[in-house]
Design a protein around this ligand. Sequence first.
Ligand code: PHE
Ligand code: NA
Length: 454
Amino acid sequence: MQSKQSIHGSWANRWIFILAATGSAVGLGNIWKFPYITGENGGGAFVLVYLFCILLVGIPIMMGEILVGRRARQSPINAVRETAAESGLNQNWSLIGWLGVLAGYIIFSFYSVVAGWVLHYIAGMGTGQFVDISSDLAGERFGDLLASPEQMLMWHTLFVLMVVGVVAGGVNKGLERATKIMMPALFALLLVLLGYSVNTGSFAEGWSFLFSFNLEALTWDAVLVALGHAFFTLSIGMGAIMAYGSYMGKKDSIGVTVLTIGVLDTLVALVAGLAIFPVVFANQMDPGAGPGLMFITLPVAFGQMPGGQVFGFLFFLLVGVAAWTSAISLLEPATAWVVERFGLKRLPAALLLGSIIWLMGIASLLSFNHWDDIKILSMNIFDFLDFITANIMLPLSGLMIAIYSGWALNKRITQDELALNSPFFYSAWSVVIRFVAPVAVMIIFVVNLYEKLA
Ligand code: PHE
Ligand code: NA
């Protein structure tokens, strides 16, 4: 019997899949968000909790997500529906797919705004606008960008078009081709930047900021942020990785692949931290500067250093590439679904969905200027969308995937897909996905709720 194939195509080989999934995982989360939330949450202790979340919650749930996608070889909504049917379960489980697609949409809408800033900085660095810039002036420049909906709209539009362009090409001519060019470039750029930061003279300071674990400084709030970020950074809980898994080869080991992706994503986040913090410290700046860390602190730092122009430009180029490959995976699941459901071609499907995201993104970019007085739970629209997706929706949908793949799905399916060659590994995965991961997510949720109400 020939094994089932996706109508969208499949990855040429195992490495392409690993690189594509790593392209999804490695993004603004690693280079923009991880350093600034680590800075805000005091460094080492936060990193330690984050590493635990990756290992005990993220990796096992990612395995669950991929196995569902590969089993059904369809877009997430249909994949959950089909595996549920195969296990004799209620069709309502496909709500998991819907929650994921919704989260993906919301994430894309603000992700694209930040990616737009990155494009703006690539242009700015490339034309030497940050040479010898002062802190105040850099802050002002970033402020000017945020104050200008027109500028942000232009970059946001360009970014959405770049993503639609690739997704419209399909799995082989779009996603796979982009992966082959962009991922090697990404790793090369990262290494160049690491080399640069090792020579700043403050490498040791950056290192100890990331790795000196002082657990007393840790709050429950920080633990929730670490958990949410573990989901966000691995691209789990929203169908991206499930969709990519549906194009994966039948014989490839899900466990080994997921471990590789998890290690690569974590390495990139840590290396990004090691590339950024020494530069910050070398210029006596504040690591806890928040979202502006990358857009204010870094340009100043680069602007003052020998060769800073070139390396600053390369740095933003790296971030741009990383954001691009991630956003592609945000658009893919819904596009595949529209193709399956309505029989549309890739191009109109991607354009249609891209337009909706483009419209939603406008709310985010207006929240920095005309709409900055609109507050939800005392956050502006942009912060609120980031908060509900990363800290609520992704963990919730991850929890549902854990319950679905660990408890609900027929054991025959999970055993067959994971094909772990020792019974020990399968039992280990079972225990973690059934107990450890869900309990961890629930405890962190409940404690935070309690702290907020108390
Ligand atoms: N993992 C990406 C990052 O770290 C973000 C992302 C989340 C991409 C969910 C796809 C799906 O930036
Ligand atoms: Na990531």
